[in-house]
Write a protein that binds this ligand. Structure first.
Ligand code: HEM
Ligand code: NAG
Length: 517
């Protein structure tokens, strides 16, 4: 009797679990949207949750598999996802119909109340709207120029560290080298402290960066459980407890040291403290409406958690993105010595006019370097896909298909960048695609390394200039060449979340240049 009871109970649990794990799976079929067949619990996302393929690559695969569709259905576990293929629809979702897609739905705060998730990248609704408004002035050209001396100092240190590597003759993982440059920049500009990651390989920040982006077993289990039963999992946080603790204590300590006042250092902590000084955030709500349809007035207190989350955001958003793409630029230049030489001649002549200093103004003149950088971001975009979530019922233009709030929408950036229809011979590194005479021919909804619309990258200019500064500093003194373990086509690391990363880094040889003058 007992065994029958137990087996019966287990069967019921199993059936309930099955029904729960498949409850949404008719969503796309009902709407006549083509898609792969989902499996219980994982949906169509089994391979990415088991880390067999990266998110960017699975979306690219779907893009390629359904060449005649304007959009393709997908199930991220049980969440219905729409993968866009048509650049016109991309424009609708990211720009013209943004009000329907103002959320990114990484981990909505109402389901996952976690301090670090209050950052601008991940938050939504009024908190996002108010923060975005208040933070936009922090990313103007003026602020960027004020921060520039801090960037130049890091670039000069990068030259010294690269010099040691070149002298030793050993191959250098430029991915690691550029990550240390970026981390150093984030330490100095983001946190207002000298981190010295460039010389010290085991630096805390470098480890922290690694811990945030490389998903371990703990993170994978927590992620799956949090996705499938959020309300039972609130005491487990998406970000590892050690990361959260370190961030909270570190940033609070720095703010206290400055007495919660602008220090004159012009770094990002100063900016954050200015946000705090402006007091409570008040404005028209993005989500709540009065009976007559006009928006309610909402207010949000600028508490310590929100401030810390914005510093964390600087780290999370600036770290892997720019090191991924600067190192990939070096990788391509190593394989294209002609383009590399042209970059170096340009850098030499521009710097000669600027007192041999990598300044903001000097970088603006390095047009060919800029083209190479843009082309590297096309082949290897740091963020291989963009994500939005539908927040009110939306009828897809040109169809009678309506998607509901909660449906995620994916713009498969990597697939668009590598579609021969938009970029002939897409695998080939051709900086001339981005020559000013050619750039206007590019449909801007097929080239999205920084996204676009109201939720585009807020740090685009900072990321761009910081990356160019590192590249110019390095190439002015060194050349790069393939070394023994260089792979022409690097292999994507599927363990890294969000940002595209390569297995085994990007090993190259650094050779000190003999300058003619
Ligand atoms: C080369 C470097 C960088 C690249 C390639 C990059 C790329 C991106 C991309 C693709 C997005 C998503 C845009 C979208 O969904 O439409 C994004 C968002 C964002 N990035 Fe960057 N980024 C870089 C550097 C930075 C830096 C240095 C910062 C800040 C300090 C930053 C802050 C942000 C923020 C806050 C968002 C979210 C904006 C919002 O949701 O309102 N990024 N970035
Ligand atoms: C524009 O692109 C075409 C085709 O790739 C190339 O032949 C041409 O040289 C480019 N123009 C410039 C000014 O680089």
């Amino acid at each position: 009797m007992f065994w029958f009871g137990l087996i019966g109970l287990l069967s019921v649990v199993f059936i309930l679990f099955y029904l729960y794990g498949t409850r949404t799976f008719s969503y796309w079929a009902k709407r006549g949207v083509r898609h792969d067949a989902p499996v219980p619990i994982f949906g169509t996302a089994k391979r990415q949750f088991l880390k067999e393929i990266s998110f960017a690559d699975i979306y690219a695969e779907m893009y390629q598999k359904y060449p005649n569709e304007r959009f393709v259905g997908y199930y991220l576990m049980t969440t219905p996802v729409l993968i866009l293929r048509d650049p016109d629809l991309v424009k609708h979702v990211l720009v013209s119909d943004f009000n329907y897609f103002s959320s990114r739905n990484v981990f909505p705060l109402d389901k996952h109340p976690e301090p670090l998730l209050k950052n601008l990248i991940m938050c939504e609704g009024d908190l996002w709207k108010f923060l975005r408004q208040r933070m936009t002035p922090a990313f103007t050209t003026g602020k960027l120029k004020a921060m520039f001396p801090l960037i130049v100092a890091r670039a000069e240190k990068l030259q010294r560290v690269a010099g040691e590597a070149a002298a030793s003759g050993a191959e250098v993982d430029v991915r690691d080298l550029m990550a240390r440059y970026t981390t150093d920049f984030i330490g100095a500009c983001g946190f207002g402290i000298d981190t010295d990651t460039l010389s010290d390989k085991n630096n805390m920040f470098r480890k922290l960066g690694h811990r945030i982006f490389v998903r371990g077993r703990r993170d994978m289990v927590v992620t799956i459980l949090k996705f499938s039963m959020p309300s039972l999992m609130t005491s487990f946080h998406f970000f590892p407890p050690e990361v959260e603790h370190l961030m909270m204590t570190l940033v609070k300590t720095i703010m206290k040291e400055r007495n919660y006042k602008h220090s004159g250092r012009n770094d990002y902590i100063d900016t954050i403290l200015e946000l705090k000084e402006q007091g409570k955030m008040v404005g028209e709500s993005l989500v709540h409406k009065k009976a007559d349809g006009t928006p309610c007035i909402a207010e949000i207190e600028m508490d310590d958690e929100i401030l810390v989350a914005q510093v964390f955001m600087f780290f999370a958003a600036g770290f892997e993105t720019s090191s991924a793409v600067t190192s990939y630029t070096l990788h391509e230049l190593a394989h294209h010595p002609d383009h590399q030489r042209r970059c170096q001649e340009e850098i030499d002549s521009v710097l000669a006019r600027h007192d041999n200093k990598v300044s903001y103004e000097a970088l603006k003149e390095m047009k060919f370097l800029d083209m190479c950088f843009s082309e590297a971001m096309r082949i290897f975009p740091s963020i291989g896909f963009l994500q939005r979530m539908c927040v009110k019922p939306y009828t897809i233009p040109g169809t009678d298909i309506t998607v509901d709030p909660g449906v995620n929408v994916i713009v498969p950036v990597k697939a668009l960048h590598l579609d021969p229809q938009y970029f002939p011979d897409p695998e080939e590194f051709r900086p001339e695609r981005f020559h000013p005479d050619n750039v206007s021919a590019i449909n801007k909804y097929t080239y999205l390394p920084f996204g676009t619309g109201p939720r585009a990258c807020i740090g685009e200019r900072l990321g761009y200039m910081q990356s160019l500064a590192g590249l110019a500093a390095l190439l002015s003194q060194f050349s790069v060449a393939p070394s023994i373990s260089t792979l022409r086509k690097p292999i994507i690391d599927t363990k890294v979340l969000g940002v595209q990363s390569v297995k085994g880094g990007l090993p190259l040889t650094l050779i000190a240049r003999k300058k003619t003058q």
